[in-house]
Design a protein around this ligand. Structure first.
Ligand code: PLP
Length: 407
């Protein structure tokens, strides 16, 4: 086989479908988020404003986080030096797991190298090791959950998105004596809609099923201590497992589950994705812990976040830019055309210094292409003015429809 030719042809077909991904080469400026330098050879500004970061609160530049990371590097050096099992467990990991268990009101927590790995390893292990387990997975679940469930080879059932009745119907179709696991998210990251957690837990309880909630887009952001939507709604004790990331609102990197002592110990003992990989650097664990502990006691970031989200929505609505309505912090600007979506995103960057990545198929269904805007407390009123001005200009140039709200 001509391997190189195969690679090139596959990439060409991605390009032809408009699905080829180009990374913006950025250098974020600590102390000046959301500003970044764009490294490129083309025309256009070198200084850009990032409007699509998942560092939702700007914690990636928070002084307490950076100080904790510097201190940990100075005390313990760079890497962990091994897997958790073989010399890699550092006191910083142990403290971070305590902090996470406390955040979610669970007896224990277990760290992974990313949120992706935590879903893949925890779901994969639970579904594979519980004898004859049946898994019930929301139709819009993240790739990491899907891959974990698939890897387990357990019998799986996909329930309609956010639909407790469909979940009930599917659970009823399975032998009541079998172990069952229901997996879903709280905030869905592309539409920004939020699951009916209580109703899904009610259904799961009636069928004696375990519940697994991905709170990746909610931890740090919702609830009085940043414990997520389950904390905000007083439901943390209803979930068997709460999974989260340290890489989005907490601004660092890593993933985890919080659950009972035995469940965490079970995953720790059987999950290949936990056992056979080098532990997170101690400085990463220290930074994540500082971020979590700060957000447990400070509401200022969450309040400022919601305020900026409200301002951005109101501003874009006022000029007739079509938004998908949702109750979360995610602002999807609907373009509904793959080529136009990419074109607008390119011009925003090249002409206006506004960075918003286009979201196309297969991340979202064809015909629902969008710009996923993620406002944060580090965006100023002037940033919002500029974003609105740029979008308005491009909407006119691209002859895209505006909503009737336009004055
Ligand atoms: C980003 C994401 C993950 C993976 O988390 P990482 O820490 O980035 O690996 C898991 N679940 C959902 C819903 C996500 O959007």
């Amino acid at each position: 086989m001509d391997y190189e030719r195969h690679f090139a042809e596959s990439l060409d077909s991605l390009r032809n479908e408009g699905r080829y991904r180009v990374f913006a080469d950025l250098e974020r400026h600590r102390g000046a988020f959301p500003r970044a330098t764009r490294h490129h050879r083309g025309d256009g500004p070198d200084e850009v404003t990032v409007w699509c970061s998942n560092d939702y609160l700007g914690m990636g530049q928070h002084p307490a986080v950076l100080a904790a990371m510097h201190e940990a590097i100075d005390r313990c050096g760079a890497g962990a030096g091994g897997t958790r099992n073989i010399s890699g467990t550092n006191h910083y990991h142990v403290e971070l797991e305590r902090s996470l268990a406390d955040l979610h009101g669970k007896p224990a927590a277990l760290l992974f190298t990313s949120g992706y790995v935590s879903n893949w390893a925890a779901l994969g292990t639970l579904a594979a090791k519980l004898p004859n387990c049946a898994v019930f997975s929301d139709a819009m679940n993240h790739a990491s959950m899907i891959e974990g469930i698939r890897h387990s080879r357990a019998d799986r059932h996909i329930f309609k998105h956010n639909d407790p009745e469909d979940l009930d119907r599917l659970l009823s179709s399975v032998d009541p004596s079998r172990p069952k696991l229901v997996a879903f998210e709280s905030v869905y990251s592309m539409d920004g809609d939020i699951a009916p957690i209580e109703e899904l837990c009610d259904v799961a309880d009636r069928h004696g099923a375990m519940t697994y909630l991905d709170e990746v887009h909610a931890v740090g952001l919702y609830g009085p201590r940043g414990g997520g939507i389950a904390e905000q709604r007083g439901l943390m004790d209803r979930l068997t497992v709460i999974e989260g990331t340290l890489g989005k609102a907490f601004g660092v990197v890593g993933g985890y589950i919080a659950a009972s002592k035995n469940l965490c110990d079970y995953v720790r003992s059987f999950a290949s994705g936990f056992i056979f990989t080098t532990a997170l650097p101690p400085a990463v664990a220290a930074g994540a812990r500082a971020s979590i502990e700060h957000l447990k006691v400070s509401n200022a970031e969450r309040e400022a976040h919601q305020a900026v989200v409200g301002k951005v929505r109101a501003r874009l609505k006022a000029i007739g830019i079509p938004l998908m309505d949702n109750p979360s912090h995610i602002v999807p600007v609907m373009v509904n055309d793959a080529a136009k979506c990419k074109w607008i995103s390119d011009l925003l960057l090249d002409k206006y210094g506004v960075y918003v990545q286009p979201i196309n198929y297969p991340t979202v269904p064809k015909g629902t292409e969008r710009l996923r805007i993620t406002p944060s407390p580090v965006h100023t009123d002037a940033d919002i003015d500029h974003l609105a001005y740029a979008l308005s200009d491009l909407w006119s140039q691209c002859a895209l429809a505006r909503t009737s709200a336009v004055a």
